[in-house]
Design a protein around this ligand. Structure first.
Ligand code: HEC
Ligand code: HEC
Length: 281
């Protein structure tokens, strides 16, 4: 009798195990087939050539004319921390909306892929594509311009899954790359970074740099002026942004993404670029 119960238990646990693992819902496969790399490119500019967006799309002129109203990074930041991260001082202008108060990094960690997908598909509280952004003025009329676009009008489900995959699996945790100091509140706060590369290994980082970056940026990072800065200075100042550009590329330039870079490789690279002797201003 005892062995009967043991076998029954075994059979039951087998059945439960199977039903959990072997039945794949359509959602699971859409997520599994999605590309975090393409999602990261789209997070920067979803209508870019690099993301394979249809360059004959009817809304392309509007996206280009009001780019910051459509780019995820403008409202959520390169660090996904919104207006409490590096964008604490990035106030609105007639050409760009307010930065969102949502902590998208945290949402991506805590929400399921389906919940993130549903947030992207949501139509209520979203800005319709017909909204005239040329009249946006943050001091008089800002409600619609600041709203998240109604992406269900703009993106296919598979493009949205790519973005979801990026949020869940492609994003790097910037707190592992540097210490951020944020003071004050949006939009008058200030942001600075220190301890760049943290406990990373500068020697390994320099090896990575020499193999992957030096051919274009020069051994000391000074060959291409980046908004007037060397690669070292740019990283020390805008570490929030550089990690995204290294992983997903600088769109519209020769610099393509290092999509498989790991957080420890990135940390090592940051540690190397923190050194002002090897990588001067
Ligand atoms: C014009 C600004 C703006 C743009 C552009 C924008 N968002 Fe948002 N987003 C918001 C605001 C504001 C909220 C919070 C209010 C809400 O959920 O409606 C939000 C909420 C979200 C949420 C839900 C988070 C949560 O925890 O509820 C997700 C996911 C998200 N955005 C992802 C994206 C992605 C991915 C893109 C680019 C394809 C993007 N957003 C572009 C402003 C923007
Ligand atoms: C094929 C050449 C090439 C390679 C390889 C390359 N870059 Fe770049 N990089 C560029 C160009 C071109 C730009 C854009 C300059 C511009 O926009 O004016 C750029 C931009 C940048 C920027 C500025 C990004 C910004 O937001 O403006 C940084 C930082 C940077 N590269 C660092 C690196 C690092 C680190 C590596 C190695 C992991 C690397 N690059 C590899 C060519 C390259």
């Amino acid at each position: 009798m005892k062995s009967f119960y043991v076998s029954l238990l075994l059979l039951l646990s087998l059945l439960i195990g199977c039903s959990k693992d072997d039945i794949t819902s359509p959602t699971d496969s859409a997520f599994d087939n999605a590309s975090a790399s393409n999602g990261g490119i789209m997070y920067d500019k979803f209508w870019s050539v690099e993301s394979d967006f249809d360059q004959a799309n009817v809304n392309l002129a509007k996206f280009n004319a009001s780019a910051d109203f459509f780019r995820c990074k403008q409202c959520h930041g390169w660090d996904l921390l919104g207006n409490t991260g590096a964008y604490v001082s990035r106030g609105p202008k007639t050409t760009r909306p307010n930065v969102s108060g949502v902590n998208l990094f945290q949402s991506a960690q805590t929400k399921t892929a389906q919940e993130l997908f549903d947030a992207m598909k949501k139509t209520t509280g979203r800005r319709d594509i017909s909204n005239d952004l040329s009249t946006y003025n943050p001091s008089t009329n800002n409600s619609a311009g600041d709203q998240m676009p109604n992406y269900s009008q703009l993106l296919t489900d598979s493009q949205i899954w790519d973005l979801v995959k990026f949020m869940k699996e492609g994003v790097l945790d910037v707190t592992l790359l540097y210490d951020a100091t944020v003071t004050g509140t949006y939009p008058t706060g200030s942001f600075s970074i220190s301890n760049v590369g943290k406990d990373g290994n500068a020697t390994s980082g320099k090896t990575y740099y020499t193999a992957e970056c030096a051919s274009c940026h020069g051994v000391d990072g000074k060959l291409i002026a980046l908004e007037g800065m060397s690669a070292g200075k740019f990283t020390r100042k805008k570490g929030n942004e550089v990690q995204h550009k290294i992983k997903f590329g600088q769109l519209g330039s020769a610099m393509s993404g290092h999509f498989d870079i790991t957080i420890s490789e990135m940390k090592n690279l940051y540690k190397a670029l923190a050194d002002t002797t090897s990588f001067p201003d």
